[in-house]
Design a protein around this ligand. Structure first.
Ligand code: ZN
Ligand code: ZN
Length: 206
């Protein structure tokens, strides 16, 4: 079955990006994927905003085939932004560093314990990758565009005062310079600092 937007007929499916349940009766993005245990295909499900931000290519391709609806316009824009700055879709959970073990994938400096960090979690075969972390202050430079607070906070469960703190930290950050296209190929495999992030991705979802 091709990729599609459909109404969730149960509330059991979890979004592959934010790991939260998709409510019954809610619209969801169903992305076709090879079935790992049998022949044929399966579907990966996403909330629509999560799909626009974390699966922008497949989502934008689908939107281009659909009748425009006003409520889809901001999602189309989110997907276009992520396609223009292709590292943006990798930004996942934001949290305080549990220990000072990981180096930032942008500036290469150690991320101090309790500093805000953003996990680099591209969705690979429907699973959150664990590519390590960047400082919150480096997230915009890493992606080539400053993420909105809404974008950054969507994948984390944080109390209101932490959200406010991140909101003002983000607002104070300068607009990053665009990424030179040339250095994309050098970054592929996760670095050695990624061991901690598996645990991160799970703790954020449960
Ligand atoms: Zn979601
Ligand atoms: Zn950094």
């Amino acid at each position: 079955m091709p990729d599609r937007i459909e109404i969730a007929n149960t509330g059991r499916a979890r979004c592959r990006a934010c790991r939260r349940a998709i409510g019954k009766g809610e619209e969801r993005f169903a992305e076709a994927a090879p079935n790992p245990v049998a022949e044929g295909e399966t579907q990966h499900y996403y909330h629509l905003p999560c799909a626009a931000e974390r699966r922008p290519k497949a989502f934008a391709q689908l939107l281009a085939t659909l009748q425009p609806r006003p409520e889809l316009a901001p999602l189309r824009e989110a997907a276009a932004l992520a396609l223009e700055h292709h590292r943006l879709e990798r930004l996942g959970v934001i949290e305080r560093a549990k220990s000072a073990r990981a180096n930032c994938r942008f500036c290469r400096e150690l991320i101090e314990k309790d500093a805000w960090r953003v996990a680099i979690q591209p969705i690979e075969d429907g699973r959150l990758g664990a590519w390590g972390f960047v400082h919150l202050s480096c997230a915009g430079s890493y992606a080539g565009v400053k993420p909105s607070a809404e974008r950054l906070l969507r994948y984390s469960e944080l109390p209101a005062e932490a959200r406010q703190e991140i909101d003002s930290l983000l607002a104070a950050l300068p607009t990053p310079a665009p990424r030179p296209p040339a250095d994309e190929e050098r970054e592929a495999a996760p670095g050695i600092e990624s061991t901690e992030s598996t645990e991160t991705a799970q703790s954020a979802s449960e």
